[in-house]
Design a protein around this ligand. Structure first.
Ligand code: SF4
Ligand code: SF4
Length: 148
């Protein structure tokens, strides 16, 4: 059994397709949607946790790609620039998942656990040093050049 957080970028012709139902029914995968946005141009971006047997997971992802869906691991989409980060801690007050946190009150070091991140962008907006970066542009589309 594996579980991965992924970013799906749907072309507009697929926004109203029962993709999640098919993945569940045909590939026995569990789909936990963490974030979903339909853009004004009707393209869709979804951040989700996909779980199941590895073979089914691989087949399900291949199915999505064949349909024209861009599938990428979430961990590739969010970064912290440690050169810019001043360890001020402001981001920890808005991060909904605890991906940004201060686990040790003695050192007050702000840690970033990319596995917990759901790419909500709240830290990007609030960081005074512009240290957090989510590779989604303002329209919610993946900035592919930064992910490859
Ligand atoms: S808000 Fe920005 S500068 Fe402050 S700890 Fe978070 S990432 Fe670092
Ligand atoms: S994008 Fe930032 S605020 Fe949102 S979950 Fe990830 S680290 Fe936390």
């Amino acid at each position: 059994m594996i579980s991965k957080k992924i970013i799906l970028h749907f072309p507009n012709r697929m926004v109203d397709q029962p993709i999640i139902y098919l993945l569940s029914k045909e590939y026995d995968l569990v789909f936990n949607i963490l974030l979903a946005r339909i853009m004004p141009n009707e393209k869709g971006v979804m951040v989700a946790e996909l779980s199941g047997e590895k073979e089914n997971y691989d087949r399900g992802v291949e199915y999505l790609k064949r349909q024209g869906v861009i599938v990428q691991l979430l961990s590739k989409g969010v970064r912290r620039d440690d050169q810019r980060c001043t360890q001020c801690g402001i981001c920890t007050s808005v991060c909904p998942t605890g991906a940004l946190s201060i686990p040790d009150r003695k050192t007050m070091e702000v840690t970033f656990d990319v596995e917990k991140c759901v790419a909500c962008s709240l830290c990007v907006d609030i960081c005074p040093s512009k240290a957090m970066h989510v590779a989604l542009n303002k329209s919610g589309e993946l900035v592919l050049d930064e992910l490859i």
